[in-house]
Design a protein around this ligand. Structure first.
Ligand code: BGC
Length: 745
């Protein structure tokens, strides 16, 4: 594969070499690791500052102490709370991904950061992965299409996006040590493409090496992944930063393309890329050239960020908590909520006709920004659904809130993501510092924590059941007496979280039972959810309207109310399959998810909609599904084969209803008589069109030869076979409206 020589600016390279010559070995090594928990070492003598990093994907995290894993407790680090990546991706609107990247980058710079540890773009392999809410989609094409503008938006603020977690960080169970067996074709077709696009199209300045192992080697020490794929094949010349505590072996890390080691421990000189590295150099076991290569990558990123060099004075200042940010976040929230079902046009509700509204469910009155692990933030504010509904309706409607079901107080063990659990001693003693132990003991502690968590969940069942008796009765009584009933349930960050996976795909706290009972008395109940990952909805045939919101940021409540009452027409579609039952998933069938030790990605390419297609299993709601208050008609598909083996495609989408709305038209490619086994169809292009009632628009999309390719393991390259490919244009992966045939020669 050809090495891509891009992004080398000769002048900068000369400056880098000049600086390198001036740096002593000690100074160079100090730049390769944390000097505080979130900042690398500076070389003041030469005007080289430390690189200041911060989480995360939903906003800039609160300030932490330099050497203690506890927030500083300031009042000046509240920020805009952005929709999670899963929400952003559901908009299928790259302009909004760009806008959210811009907000995040500008806020990060405003808070004085150089690198923002986002976006998370791992592929959602299994709906139970605890961090799925932070990721975009199950589909590589959609993930890439949203990640690229997001990264551009971040970086135009002179802040680096640190795209994470490279690569295939597909589960939280045993996340520090799990070894994933992945075949090359699956890696190249599913788990790598979004990262490749992030590097080559998004021009990401930094990448975060993941915790997990791939085929026996930790990602942060993985020569194949970092040297061969990332540097050689993709031509990446930015900085690779380890996930916090992701480096385990000095020599291996020294000799592969990981540039900066970050961790949770305050013994900064003992990091692998600190004193232990110097010792190996002194012994002649590692060459100083390896250090130089890393420093070059870090300096290059610093020049790009205008942290050093002649452009330093022109570096952008950023800003946080601006009105413009809030508006962009509201806009994105509106386009991120997916209307899953709307029988007989139950939605939108007519606000003018409702004298008494009952809102049921703990998530109506819950804020989520302060949880989830490293994605948690201190939000400037967060409008919960109940507040949004009340603010929308005003004083003439009586709004009664009933909780409906019991949510146990999150015990300490629940709050603990892996980071915090490594800091137990700090928490208990107020010392504030992580205690370094060997990998085996760390893992043992982690495993014990997980056992305790599961035992606790079991114990809570009784408490929930007991308390729910009264709560259910109250909810049912209230529902009977109201003009309209809105249920707001779902998940929270005790469930969608870093550090552990979900135990199942069910709604917690007996919500299914409550919903069933409520639907018995109120067939017209509007069922809405806030959550970060799919849930089973066994009662879905009885509900007339179901609206799904991911964690949609500080304006969640406003956007939800606007959609429910029809001020906003929903226009989002699922970026992941919602299976009817967890057992239907490929990973549930092969048992290769959520295990300790090692997992084999046996299903290969066949997970998500690729699996449901192949096995002819109907999911509850398929990939790409999402309704609008208006209807769209598709027509006039034309295909033109170009000389360069690209295919130009045109078709028309018409808004045939009475409201303005937006449709996300999706293009899937289905190879006919392929030489190798391939998924029945794969998403290769999409367009979101905004249409006034009665208006239509001709959409033109070009699919490149790569869009027809598969990865040939023998050749170690993508190839596109000549032959016939069916082109499917549709409103979801199941709702195909137009078909055409492309013949590649
Ligand atoms: C997480 C990363 C995060 C880092 C710093 C790790 O535990 O996996 O996503 O950016 O900590 O907080």
């Amino acid at each position: 594969m050809k090495k891509k020589e891009k992004n080398y600016d000769k002048k900068t390279e000369k400056e880098i070499e000049k600086l390198l010559k001036k740096l002593t070995l000690d100074e160079k090594v100090s730049m390769l690791h944390g000097a505080t928990l979130f900042r690398s070492g500076a070389v003041e003598r030469l005007g080289i500052p430390g690189v200041v990093t911060s989480d995360g994907p939903m906003g800039v995290r609160a300030e932490f102490m330099d050497d203690r894993w506890i927030p500083s407790g300031n009042q000046d680090d509240m920020v805009s709370y952005l929709p999670s990546n899963s929400a952003v991706a559901s908009s299928w609107n790259p302009d909004l991904a760009y806008a959210m990247g811009h907000v995040l980058g500008e806020e990060a710079r405003g808070r004085g950061k150089d690198v923002i540890l986002a976006p998370g773009i791992n592929i959602k392999r299994d709906p139970r992965c605890g961090r799925n809410f932070e990721y975009m989609s199950e589909d590589p094409k959609l993930t890439a299409a949203m990640a690229v503008p997001f990264i551009k938006g971040v970086q135009e603020n002179d802040v680096a996006a640190c795209v994470k977690h490279f690569a295939a960080n597909v589960q939280e169970t045993d996340r520090l040590m799990v070894d994933e067996e992945i075949d090359d074709r699956t890696l190249y077709e599913i788990y790598l493409p979004a990262f490749k696009a992030a590097v080559q199209e998004g021009n990401a300045y930094s990448i975060m090496g993941a915790y997990n192992k791939i085929n026996g080697t930790h990602c942060c020490e993985n020569k194949r992944l970092l040297d061969l794929v990332l540097r050689m094949e993709w031509g990446f010349n930015g900085a690779v930063i380890s996930d916090w505590g992701g480096v385990h072996k000095t020599k291996e890390a020294a000799q592969c393309s990981i540039d900066m080691e970050m961790s949770i421990f305050p013994d900064f000189d003992e990091y692998k890329l600190a004193n232990p590295l110097k010792e190996l150099i002194a012994k002649g076991e590692v060459s100083e050239d390896m250090v130089d290569a890393k420093v070059r990558n870090i300096l290059r990123m610093m020049f790009r960020l205008k942290m050093i060099g002649s452009k330093k004075d022109t570096r952008k200042a950023g800003a946080y908590n601006t009105l413009a940010h809030r508006e962009a976040i509201l806009h994105t929230a509106r386009e991120s909520m997916v209307l899953l079902k709307n029988e007989n046009h139950l939605l939108p509700l007519d606000a003018g006709k409702i004298k008494k509204l009952v809102v049921i469910g703990a998530n109506a009155a819950k804020v989520h920004s302060d949880g989830g692990g490293s994605a948690e933030i201190k939000a400037l504010y967060e409008i919960c659904p109940l507040a949004g509904l009340k603010m929308y309706l005003g004083g003439n409607t009586q709004v009664q809130y009933v909780k409906g079901y019991h949510v146990p107080e999150a015990p300490k063990t629940y709050e603990q993501n892996w980071q915090a659990s490594s800091l137990d001693d700090l928490k208990n003693t107020d010392v504030g510092q992580a205690v370094r132990v060997d990998d085996a003991s760390e893992n043992e502690r982690h495993r014990k924590g997980e056992e305790e968590r599961l035992a606790r969940i079991k114990q809570e069942q009784d408490e929930i059941h007991e308390k729910n008796k009264d709560l259910f009765a109250q909810a049912i009584k209230a529902a009977k007496e109201a003009d309209a009933v809105i249920f707001v349930g779902g998940l929270n960050h005790n469930i969608d979280s870093e550090g552990f996976d979900r135990t199942d795909m069910k709604l917690p706290y007996e919500q299914d039972i409550l919903i069933e009972e409520l639907l018995e008395v109120r067939k017209d109940m509007v069922v809405t959810f806030v959550g970060g990952s799919p849930v089973e909805m066994p009662w879905r045939n009885k509900a007339r309207a179901i609206l799904w919101s991911y964690y949609a940021g500080m304006e969640t409540g406003n956007a939800l109310a606007e959609i429910i009452f029809g001020e906003v027409n929903p226009s989002a579609k699922l970026a992941e399959t919602f299976p009817a039952r967890y057992e239907d998933c490929a990973t549930a069938k092969n048992g290769q998810f959520g295990k300790w030790g090692n997992i084999r990605l046996e299903e290969g390419l066949y997970y998500g909609y690729r699996h449901f297609d192949r096995q002819h299993i109907a999911p509850a709601f398929c990939f790409g599904h999402g309704l609008s208050y208006t209807d769209f008609e598709y027509s006039a598909l034309t295909l033109k084969m170009e000389k360069d083996r690209s295919v130009k495609l045109t078709f028309t989408v018409k808004n045939t209803g009475k409201r303005a709305g937006a449709e996300i038209a999706q293009v899937y490619v289905a190879p006919i008589a392929s030489k190798v086994d391939r998924p029945d169809k794969e998403l290769k292009a999409f367009a979101k069109v905004f249409l006034a009632p009665g208006r239509s628009k001709k959409i033109t999309l070009t699919m490149k030869q790569e869009d027809f390719a598969y990865f040939d393991v023998q050749l170690h390259d993508f190839i596109t076979d000549a032959g016939d490919y069916e082109i499917l244009v549709g409103a979801s992966c199941e709702d195909i409206r137009l078909r055409g045939l492309a013949t590649l020669v």
